[in-house]
Ligand binder design. Structure first.
Ligand code: PLP
Length: 394
């Protein structure tokens, strides 16, 4: 089955990279649970030699991810799957050498900050953190040796936004300056939005990174990561690194992500609808000091969200008037919202970033308010979710 150029998102999500199995007609991609492949003579094989280098189930996932992020770019797009979001991030950072600079958003997943500061900075890479929503600040922080601009939008956990096209334009401008060998690549961690809500490559970014653990797989049953790019040279280097470093996902994990992606559009619609209702309820609630959600008109970059996103996503953060004590009480009191790390599954989760997902940034400039609560709003009945939160806040 060829993939017509005209296929739209939900069709690509179900079919891209997944023709019926030519051997049996199986409609689902088989889980090729094999480490190696028989060769007719040395070097003569059917495209696969060893499963760290390539595996057909992984190929299906990589092709599907490339199709979803690449649709609308009008360019060839390449996908690579990894064993976790952090493995994907680490592999992209290997594009940067000692003595070079990476400009990072001032709100990112705590594990990303930990990797940058506590691992990679030790190898001589310099990191600076800036509000990616402030284009003047980004322009001022760029250096001649900046290799990557790394941003999340929306961010974890503060739901800050960046104007992706604006940052991409600054990166291109930087490349036109005489003293710059290569322009910096713009990397967007698109985990919170997913390609259903936002396509950074269409907006001019060079590389997209995902924790597929989250919305893409969608069922809290697998850990995985991905990288997608429109740059063939970057892809070749990252593919080499994927094999050389070896942080690859197993075939069953790839299959789980592929299965999750089939319902991505439907799930994201419900996540957005439920999260919008939760954000509106919290914004009116007397116990709540502030709600952070790109869909609220009061969000500082709400207009950017309207421009570059199809919907505002399923993540909502808020700060209670009662501070850290109240926050710890509320996260322990909900019934439907389970107290757990991670996000993006069908079930609703609640967490306290300062002591959980973002404990690793506690003593850093990225530390989060101890009164902050983060919700991953699931796809249960919206009324039940509102009732649960109202009870916990009472
Ligand atoms: C925005 C974001 N990026 C990357 C990661 C890391 O992904 P993983 O846990 O799959 O390694 C996470 C995990 O929470 C995340 O929220």
């Amino acid at each position: 089955m060829s993939e017509p150029e005209s296929w739209r998102f939900d069709t690509l999500a179900i079919h891209a990279g997944q023709p019926p199995d030519p051997a049996t007609g199986a409609i689902m991609v088989p889980i090729y649970q094999t480490s190696t492949y028989v060769q007719a003579e040395p070097g003569r094989h059917k495209g696969y030699e060893y499963s760290r280098t390539g595996n057909p189930t992984r190929t299906a996932l990589e092709t599907c991810l490339a199709a979803l992020e690449g649709a609308g770019t009008g360019r060839e797009t390449y996908g690579l799957a990894f064993a976790s979001g952090m493995a994907a991030t680490d592999t992209v950072l290997r594009l940067v050498g000692p003595g070079e600079h990476v400009l990072v958003g001032d709100d990112v997943y705590g594990g990303t900050y930990r990797l940058f500061q506590r691992v990679l900075a030790g190898y001589g890479i310099a990191f600076d953190y800036v509000d990616m929503g402030d284009l003047a600040a980004v322009a001022a922080a760029l250096r001649p040796d900046t290799r990557l601009i790394w941003l999340e939008t929306p961010t974890n956990p503060l739901l800050k936004l960046a104007d992706i096209a604006g940052v991409a334009a600054l990166a291109r401008q930087q490349g036109r300056k005489g003293n710059h060998k290569d322009r910096p690549y713009v990397v967007v961690d698109n985990t919170f939005a997913t390609p259903y809500l936002q396509q950074p490559l269409v907006l001019g970014a060079d590389i997209v990174v995902h924790s597929t653990t989250k919305y893409l797989s969608g069922h809290s049953d697998v850990v995985g990561g991905a990288v997608v790019t429109t740059n063939a040279e970057v892809y070749e280097r990252l593919k080499f690194l994927q094999n050389a470093v070896g942080a690859v996902p197993g075939p069953l994990d790839c299959w789980l992500v592929l299965r999750g992606i089939k319902t991505l559009g439907l799930r994201m619609e419900r996540h957005c609808a439920n999260a919008g209702r939760v954000a509106a309820m919290l914004a009116e609630h007397p116990a709540v000091a502030r709600v952070l959600y790109p869909g609220l008109p009061g969000h500082p970059l709400h207009q950017v969200a309207r421009r570059q996103m199809r919907g505002f996503g399923g993540m909502v953060s808020f700060i209670l008037k009662g501070g850290p004590e109240a926050a710890r009480r509320v996260v322990s009191r909900t019934q439907l919202f389970a107290l757990a790390e991670s996000l993006g599954g069908v079930e609703s989760l609640i967490e306290h970033p300062a002591s959980m997902t973002h404990a690793s940034v506690a003593d850093s400039p990225l530390r989060v308010d101890a009164g902050l609560i983060r919700l991953s709003v699931g796809i249960e009945d919206g009324d039940d979710l509102l009732d649960d939160l109202r009870r916990a806040l009472a």
